[in-house]
Design a protein around this ligand. Structure first.
Ligand SMILES: N[C@@H](CCC(=O)N[C@@H](CS)C(=O)NCC(=O)O)C(=O)O
Length: 251
């Protein structure tokens, strides 16, 4: 049994080396607005995976995401979007995160852990996001008129998912959702849990201590903290701006 585990670890190590040696890691431009949940997912994935990327800040209030240059990458006119030097375009934050994560520790080494990662990514898209986003929109992102009935309904939908996460982490005894290291399964939720305090949702973590500890671990990742850092944009002045702007992101 011990031999099998050692062999699997060796296979994973060799696969990682092979990916590295073949230069399979992605590199390209990430067009995104660091203030949005979806963009933050993609930015954090790029940083965590250690890919080489040029950050192209997209100013949503200036409607830069509807410019022809942007729509050429994402016909939906929504951030984030990815383009590489070969003209490969990609949209949808989870697809971008999956692409840049290739060959990094964000993708678990075993088939079962990868399947668990997919499971939690689907839970995110299918149930967590629909339950949490209306609250985040109303209370934090757009500060739209508050519909207390909708908030209550969304909280009711969120609770069983949080219970599932608490139960899964408790049962596995692992630090993270898919395996014992931080993967896309964890990263995908950072953008929501970051906004739990301003959205008045922190009380949902109080009766779920294992989940709360996992949230704290995930949000403390240096990649996540770098994603949140506002001076991130200022530090990355573009020598050549794809949108031809003199000062990208100037207010
Ligand atoms: N499912 C897409 C959603 C993209 C999306 O809705 N982006 C928002 C920001 S989170 C956006 O660009 N909103 C501006 C708009 O719709 O005009 C993804 O994950 O990338």
């Amino acid at each position: 049994m011990g031999d099998v585990a050692a062999l699997k670890a060796k296979v994973a190590e060799l696969e990682a080396e092979l990916t590295k040696a073949s230069g399979a890691k992605a590199s390209g431009e990430l067009w995104a607005s660091p203030m949005t949940t979806c963009s933050r997912r993609a930015i954090a994935a790029c940083i965590e995976a250690g890919v080489e990327f040029k950050f192209v800040p997209i100013h949503l209030p200036k409607v830069e995401h509807k410019l022809p240059e942007f729509v050429a990458i994402n016909p939906n006119g929504k951030v984030p979007a990815w383009r590489d030097s070969e003209g490969f375009n990609l949209f949808e934050s989870r697809a971008i995160a999956r692409h840049v994560a290739e060959g990094s520790s964000l993708i678990p080494p075993t088939a079962k852990a990868r399947a668990l990662m997919e499971q939690w990514l689907w839970v995110d898209e299918g149930t967590f996001k629909p339950a949490v986003m209306p609250i985040l929109y109303m209370k934090v992102i757009k500060k739209a008129p508050l519909d207390e009935g909708k908030v209550a309904q969304c909280r009711t939908e969120l609770e069983p998912i949080l219970d599932q996460m608490e139960a899964a982490l408790t049962a596995s005894g692992l630090d993270y959702l898919a395996c014992d290291t931080f993967t896309l399964a964890d990263l995908t939720y950072c953008c929501y849990f970051q906004l739990f305090p301003p959205a008045g949702l922190s009380d949902l973590l109080e009766p779920r201590p294992t989940l709360a500890a996992w949230v704290a671990r995930c949000l403390a990742r240096p990649s996540w903290q770098a994603t949140l850092a506002l001076d991130f944009i200022e530090e990355r002045k573009l020598p050549e701006d794809p949108l031809g702007r003199e000062k990208p992101w100037s207010p």
